[in-house]
Design a binder for this molecule. Structure first.
Ligand code: EPU
Length: 428
């Protein structure tokens, strides 16, 4: 098992290229199950979540070729193999196998999903949607059993605006009989990306990206070629890296419109930002003033950037407050930042950050994906060396993080953990 070593304080400069969006990729790959002939997705990120989904498609009989970020899936020989355990438990997005397999085979058995621990993450809205479409859904020993004689379009109002439920219901509904209407749907760019792939496969979907999505079911879907959108959260993370430790960082392959809330907040802090068609330049900031952040559904400030931004706020002048309205417990990075000398306290769903402080290198642990990003940013700003364990979380969502940061002039490397360290970790 490896850990990440970061020698802080090196000024970063240059260009970083953003990979395909993780949260699109993890839905686009299961969506291929719905077709009858090969689907190619171009520009996938090189992350472990993508690898696991590829393995899962192979487990159910798909033929998958994955080279140079492009994946071709031939779903013609797939069967509705039960997946109650094993790799499905390793990622949150395995829940998309429910919608896709139900849509194609009218039955599925999928283990309850894993993923980051950010407080309660129920899937009741997904299930409400599947049931409205005519599926019988039961939870037996940690696996969800879904079965329908036939799926019929329905009007579904989401009680909670949910990215996962919106996409999952879309996946189940594209091959249902008649019209499905999803009300109070999530509007994230990843939903539009999945709807674009499904439309290229022959689905009839209107309104993706608004809060009402209309789907007219079709009998069959066919293969196609699709290019994934760039990862707005990875791009936002590197924008924060640029603000934290940069002397001029150009983020390439990004849709600036997807990042308006972050751009506004960074500008409010005094960071110089210039946007071009598919690039964002983050200039150096001598002095930064703090801001308050409240996470909201898109186009509000994304919860996935709340943790990375908290690290940056330790450098800013004044008392800032970060409130997460989406997840109640997305604050596991705070104790680790405190070990690095940050002055932060957590009150309910808010973190209160007093700055500026000079962070100090320390041994810290990433407990989830974006906590990992937050600690890497802190390490880049810190005096001395920071050791980050829990690298498996970071590898789930950041493609070639070490190479990309070294390309900007950072001093960061992976190192094998010693036997003693592994033992300590086990006993912790
Ligand atoms: N919720 C319910 N019931 C449901 C579904 C969601 O109560 O049936 C609640 C959740 O507990 C949460 C809120 O609704 O409080 C929003 O959850 P949502 O369903 O939108 O989240 P998700 O689909 O599980 C995706 C991303 C997350 C990202 C959230 C919010 C994927 C695979 N994951 O999760 O990404 O934080 O949307 O934007 O797309 C990450 O990338 O680090 C990450 C955690």
């Amino acid at each position: 098992m490896e850990k990440l070593m970061i020698a802080g304080g090196y000024p970063l400069k240059g260009t970083v290229r953003i990979s395909g969006a993780k949260n699109s990729a993890v839905a686009l790959i299961p969506a291929t199950i719905l077709a009858e002939s090969p689907v190619t997705i171009e520009g996938l990120p090189d992350i472990s979540d993508v690898q696991i989904l590829k393995d899962l498609l192979e487990e159910i009989g798909g033929t998958v070729e994955f080279t140079d970020n492009d994946m071709t899936v031939d779903p013609s020989s797939m069967i509705s193999m039960p997946l109650p355990n094993g790799k499905v438990k390793k990622l949150r997005a395995s829940y998309y196998l429910m919608g896709a397999m139900l849509g194609r085979f009218k039955k599925a058995v999928i283990g309850l999903p894993g993923g980051c621990h950010l407080g309660p993450r129920p899937i009741d809205q997904h299930i409400k949607g599947f049931e409205a479409l005519g599926a019988r859904v039961t939870n037996e020993q940690g696996a969800i059993y879904l079965r329908a004689d036939e799926l019929r379009g329905a009007r579904i109002y989401l009680d909670v605006v949910s990215v996962g439920a919106t996409i999952n219901i879309m996946l189940a509904a594209v091959r249902a009989k008649g019209r499905t209407i999803i009300e109070n749907a999530a509007k994230e760019p990843e939903i539009i990306d999945v709807a674009t792939l499904l439309t290229n496969m022959g689905a009839k979907i209107k309104g993706a990206g608004t809060d009402v999505i209309r789907i007219d079911g079709v009998d069959n879907l066919h293969g196609c070629q699709h290019t994934i959108i760039p990862d707005r959260i990875e791009a936002g993370t590197y924008m924060i890296v640029g603000a934290a430790a940069g002397e001029g960082v150009l983020i390439d392959n990004v849709i600036p419109h997807h990042l308006e809330s972050l751009i506004a907040k960074l500008r409010e802090m005094g960071v110089q930002i210039e946007t071009k068609d598919d690039q964002v330049f983050v200039g150096p900031a001598e002095k930064m003033k703090t801001v308050d952040i409240k996470t909201l559904v898109y186009p509000g400030f994304p919860t996935d950037l709340q943790q990375p931004l908290t690290s940056l706020l330790t450098r800013a002048e004044g008392t800032g407050m970060v409130t997460d309205t989406i997840y109640s417990a997305r604050f596991k990075h705070i104790d680790e930042l405190r070990r690095m000398n940050a002055n932060i306290k957590v009150e309910g769903r808010s973190a209160i950050i007093n700055g500026p402080v000079q962070l100090q290198g320390a041994k810290v642990k990433a407990s989830d994906l974006r906590a990992g990003a937050a600690l890497v940013i802190a390490g880049l700003m810190a005096e001395g060396v920071t050791e980050v364990t829990g690298l498996e979380h970071i590898d789930r969502g950041y493609s070639h993080l070490v190479e990309k940061l070294n390309g900007l002039g950072a001093t960061i490397w992976r190192e094998e953990m010693s036997k003693e360290e592994l033992e300590q970790m086990k006993n912790a």
